[in-house]
Design a protein around this ligand. Structure first.
Ligand SMILES: O=C(O)c1cc(=O)[nH]c(=O)n1[C@@H]1O[C@H](COP(=O)(O)O)[C@@H](O)[C@H]1O
Length: 237
């Protein structure tokens, strides 16, 4: 457990159909309170403009497009993400070692300016049954462990996994290897389509380094109250 270290601010998943609504929420937040995640829906609807603006305003933006393609294409896409000034970018570990290595090598020339590069292991919406249906007959935790090893060997900065696997990831890598965990659900909130979930406090206790939270904040009656409650549960004031 990383109790000796203050938790990093949560990452708010801006999964909105209307870019103006995403911006309206961002206007009520501050970079000291949280980081921002832009995923497929907002990016396809709004494009890179808002990202450039938020980065210029001092926000840490995680561009979550989960690249998964041939190495050349993914490397070029990661470089394009870096050119937007984002703080973190992700690929799918299932794209393989050559793809992840190409992504890392595309970012390396940027030195300290480069974004963190992490790999999604097994989506938090999967359980053992749905994994089996796509041909992965191992338990989610075993599949995550295999993909963590591949990601670590490829030299990436961390993984996206469920908080249920965070402790095992830390044990197999090192404490600075990021364990970015979606599927965070405060006690009593709806799981929605997530299957491998944990509460914020339990996720931190299990060794998650970066908590990703979407609907429990963005669909709350008052997103600011929900964010402050989340921060309180994380031990942040
Ligand atoms: O890479 C991600 O961010 C991600 C990986 C994963 O395995 N599961 C997962 O839910 N996510 C993202 O994390 C966010 C979770 O949102 P909520 O389920 O609304 O809290 C969504 O934007 C997902 O796209």
């Amino acid at each position: 457990m990383n109790s000796h270290r203050a938790a990093e601010p949560p990452i708010v998943a801006l999964d909105f159909a209307d870019p103006a609504r995403a911006d309206a929420l961002v206007r009520r937040l501050s970079p000291e309170l949280c980081r921002l995640k832009v995923g497929k829906e907002l990016f396809v609807r709004g494009g890179p403009e808002a990202i450039r603006r938020w980065v210029a305003e001092g926000w840490d933006v995680f561009l979550d497009l989960k690249f998964h393609d041939i190495p050349h294409t993914v490397a070029a896409a990661c470089r394009a993400a870096a050119d937007l000034g984002v703080w973190m970018v992700n690929v799918h570990a299932l794209g393989g070692a050559a793809m992840m290595t190409a992504a890392r090598e595309a970012l390396e020339p940027l030195g300290r300016q480069r974004p963190w590069l992490i790999a999604v292991t097994i989506l938090t919406s999967h359980d053992a049954q749905s994994l089996e249906a796509v041909g992965l007959s191992e338990r989610p935790a075993a599949a995550v462990a295999r993909l963590v090893a591949l990601t670590h060997t490829a030299g990436l900065d961390g993984v996206v996994c469920s908080a249920q696997e965070a402790a095992a990831v830390e044990a197999k890598t090192h404490s600075a290897f990021r364990r970015v965990t979606p599927g965070i659900r405060p006690a009593g909130s709806a799981a929605n389509d997530q299957r491998r979930i944990m509460t914020p406090a339990a996720a931190l206790a299990a060794g998650a380094t970066d908590l990703v939270v979407g609907r429990p904040i963005t669909r709350a009656d008052d997103p600011i109250v929900a964010l402050m409650d989340l921060r309180a549960e994380m031990g942040l004031t």
